[in-house]
Ligand binder design. Structure first.
Ligand code: 9MR
Length: 367
C-alpha cells in the first residue's frame, strides 16, 4: 500500500515537472528582443505577477519562494514590470500583533521592485479575510477600531509612499449577490458602510499619488456584484471620495465559460474616468487522473489568458494586468481546490506553457 502510494506520488511529481512536449516546444512567436513579457508589452503597460510568500506557502514543504528560490527570482525580474505581494502586505502578515508591524518581507519586495524597475501593487488594506486574531477576537469599542484602521493605513501606506503605484484599498466587500459583507467584514460590521470612504480618504492622505482601487473576484462580467461596485463608486466619486480604480481579480476556471462581457464591463468603469486593472488572473482546471492537463485543456487555458489580456488592452484605462503567480510550483490553486491545478502560465520547472506564449504574442501585437 505504502509503496503504491509512493509510486503514485513520484509519478505525479515527475508528470508535473515534465510537461508534454507540445507545451514547451511552442515556437517563440515574437521577433528579436521581445523575448519576455515585459519587453513585449506596449509602452506604459504593466504586466505583473503576485510574489509568492506567506498565506498557503507557509504550510507547504518548501522554503519561502521569494527569498530562497534563485530561479524564481530570476524569472520574476526578467518577465514582469509590476509585482503584487501575494500575502506579505495583508493584515495578518504585516501587523501580526497590536502595535507591532512586520515589514521585513514587504520591504524586501519593494526593494527588489526598485532594483528591477518594477512598480508595486499594494494588497490590501480592508478585507474580511486574513486578519490577525488580535483584531478579529479583540474587544474594541467602535472608536478604538476606527483608530486601529486609521493608524494601520497611515502607517503602511505612509511607509511605502511613492513606492506603491496602486493600492487595493477595499478588497471583496460585496457578496456575489451584490450585498455588502456586513457580517464577515469586521470594519463594515462594527463601524458601518461609511468606513469604506474613510479608508480611501486615509490612504489618499498617506500617499496622494497612489491610485486607490476596489478589487474583487467574480466581477469580470456585468452582474449583480459588479453593478453594486458601479453604484457605490459613482456615489463615492460624487461625494468627492478619492477612489481611482476598479479591478477584477479574474480567478477563472475552465469548468466555467469565459466572461465574454469583460471588455464591456471594464469599459463602463473606464467611462466613469476610473483606472481599471486585472489583478489576479489564473485559469484553473480539473485535472485528469494522470495529473497532467490534456492538450485541449492547455489550448483552452491559453485562450482564456489571451482573451482576458486582449479585453484589458482594448480598454483605454486598463494599464495594469497581473497574474496570480507565474509557476504551478507555488500556485494556491491545488491547495484550495482538490483535484484542480495547472492554473499558471509555467510548469513547476518554469517551462513555458501555451498560455505564456499567448500572453507574449498578444502584448507584442499591441506594442
Ligand atoms: O494566494 C493567496 C494564498 O496564498 C492565501 O493562502 C489565500 C488566503 O485567503 O489568499 C490567496 O490570495 C487571494 C487574494 O489575496 C485575494 N483574492 C483571492 C486570492 C486567492 O484566494
Amino acid at each position: 500500500m505504502r509503496s503504491a502510494r509512493l509510486v503514485i506520488a513520484l509519478f505525479a511529481a515527475v508528470a508535473l515537472s515534465a510537461p508534454p512536449a507540445s507545451a514547451v516546444s511552442a515556437p517563440p512567436d515574437v521577433s528579436g528582443h521581445k523575448q519576455t513579457l515585459r519587453s513585449a508589452a506596449p509602452k506604459g503597460f504593466h504586466i505583473g505577477t503576485a510574489v509568492a510568500g506567506g498565506g498557503h506557502h507557509e504550510n507547504q514543504p518548501y522554503p519561502d519562494p521569494f527569498t530562497s528560490d534563485s530561479e524564481y527570482r530570476k524569472v520574476l525580474a526578467a518577465e514582469f514590470n509590476s509585482v503584487s505581494p501575494e500575502n506579505q502586505m495583508k493584515w495578518e502578515y504585516i501587523h501580526p500583533e497590536r502595535g507591532r508591524y512586520n515589514f521585513g518581507m514587504a520591504d524586501a519586495i519593494v526593494r527588489f521592485a526598485k532594483q528591477n524597475r518594477q512598480v508595486v501593487r499594494g494588497h490590501t488594506l480592508m478585507w474580511h479575510s486574513q486578519n490577525p486574531e488580535w483584531l478579529e477576537q479583540g474587544d474594541f469599542t467602535a472608536a478604538e477600531l476606527r483608530e486601529i484602521l486609521r493608524e494601520h493605513i497611515m502607517t503602511v501606506v505612509g511607509r511605502y509612499k511613492g513606492k506603491v503605484q496602486q493600492w487595493d484599498v477595499a478588497n471583496e466587500i460585496f457578496t456575489d449577490a451584490g450585498a455588502l459583507r456586513t457580517t464577515e467584514n469586521i470594519w463594515i460590521r462594527e463601524l458601518g458602510p461609511g468606513i469604506v470612504a474613510d479608508a480611501f480618504r486615509w490612504a489618499h492622505q498617506a500617499d496622494p499619488k497612489a491610485k486607490l482601487f476596489f478589487n474583487d473576484y467574480n466581477v469580470e462580467s456585468v452582474n449583480a456584484k459588479s453593478d453594486a461596485y458601479y453604484a457605490l463608486i459613482k456615489e463615492l466619486r460624487a461625494a468627492g471620495v478619492p477612489v481611482h480604480g476598479f479591478s477584477a481579480q479574474a480567478h477563472l476556471s475552465l469548468d466555467y465559460g469565459f466572461p465574454d462581457d469583460l471588455e464591456r464591463n471594464l469599459k463602463r468603469f473606464a467611462d466613469l474616468r476610473l483606472e481599471t486593472a486585472i489583478t489576479e488572473l489564473d485559469v484553473r482546471m480539473t485535472l485528469p487522473a494522470s495529473g497532467v492537463p490534456t492538450a485541449a485543456q492547455l489550448q483552452q487555458q491559453a485562450d482564456y489568458y489571451q482573451r482576458t489580456l486582449a479585453a484589458c488592452l482594448k480598454v483605454r484605462t486598463c494599464k495594469s494586468f497581473t497574474i496570480w503567480g507565474f509557476t504551478d510550483k507555488y500556485s494556491w490553486v491545488p491547495v484550495f481546490f482538490q483535484g484542480q491545478g495547472a492554473a499558471t502560465v509555467m510548469w513547476n520547472d518554469f517551462g513555458r506553457k501555451q498560455a505564456y506564449y499567448a500572453l507574449r504574442s498578444t502584448l507584442a501585437k499591441r506594442a
